[in-house]
Ligand binder design. Structure first.
Ligand SMILES: [Zn+2]
Length: 208
């Protein structure tokens, strides 16, 4: 079948894996989509992949066939369409499906980036507050920032752990939770204000 040859010759496995929303790290490892993978077990090398955890392996056509539950022939057709190897044909349903998956994966990555631009900063601020505003004696009134640090620091670090090491479902859940009701944007603006405030305090201290 000519389509198999065309696809194998023209489609890079790693590019295909990434096109369908799976990040491959610089060691060629990725979270395996064929089992609930928490640490990258899928090795993507040259024209073959192999999962050290569940044992799945094959070439780019096997990969797409398993990922989208398509026959090998349909998988090859889908790859040909997604990589524009048959530009004269209109996009198939499978190609449109891939486009949707790609958009969702991109959206998730973008939202993850937003979380990573806010949550580590928040954790840093809370860590500072926990020390800076700790009551020095038992009868001293407890500072609101100390209370917030006690309540929120563990939670924030827990979410960061998941974003760093969780599987794609866990990460998506944390991102969804963080982005709901504009919570993350609110936090980002609040952190901006806090940093501005701190800067002003420092400037005043310098003048004095
Ligand atoms: Zn696996």
């Amino acid at each position: 079948m000519r389509i198999f040859e065309i696809v194998k010759e023209n489609v890079n496995l790693r590019e295909a894996v990434e096109l369908y929303g799976i990040d491959v790290n610089r060691y060629g490892m990725a979270l395996c989509p064929f089992h609930n993978d928490r640490h990258p077990s899928l090795y993507v090398a040259g024209d073959h992949y192999h999962c050290f955890a569940c044992g799945e392996h094959g070439d780019v056509i096997d990969f797409v066939s398993k990922l989208f539950r398509l026959s090998l022939y349909d998988a090859a057709k889908k790859l040909a369409a997604d990589f524009h190897l048959t530009p004269d044909k209109p996009p198939s349903a499978a190609a449109l499906h891939a486009k949707r998956i790609r958009t969702e994966a991109q959206q998730l990555r973008e939202n993850e980036r937003l979380c990573f631009s806010v949550l580590p900063d928040y954790a840093r601020v809370l860590r500072d507050w926990k020390v800076q505003y700790a009551p020095q004696s038992p009868d001293e009134p407890v500072h609101a920032r100390f209370v917030e640090a006690c309540h929120k620091l563990d939670e924030t670090e827990y979410y960061l752990d998941i974003l760093c090491a969780g599987d794609s479902h866990e990460r998506a859940e944390v991102v969804r939770q963080q982005m709901s009701d504009g919570k993350l944007e609110e936090l980002r603006q609040r952190l901006e204000d806090i940093h501005k405030e701190d800067e002003n305090d420092n400037n005043t201290a310098d003048v004095a």
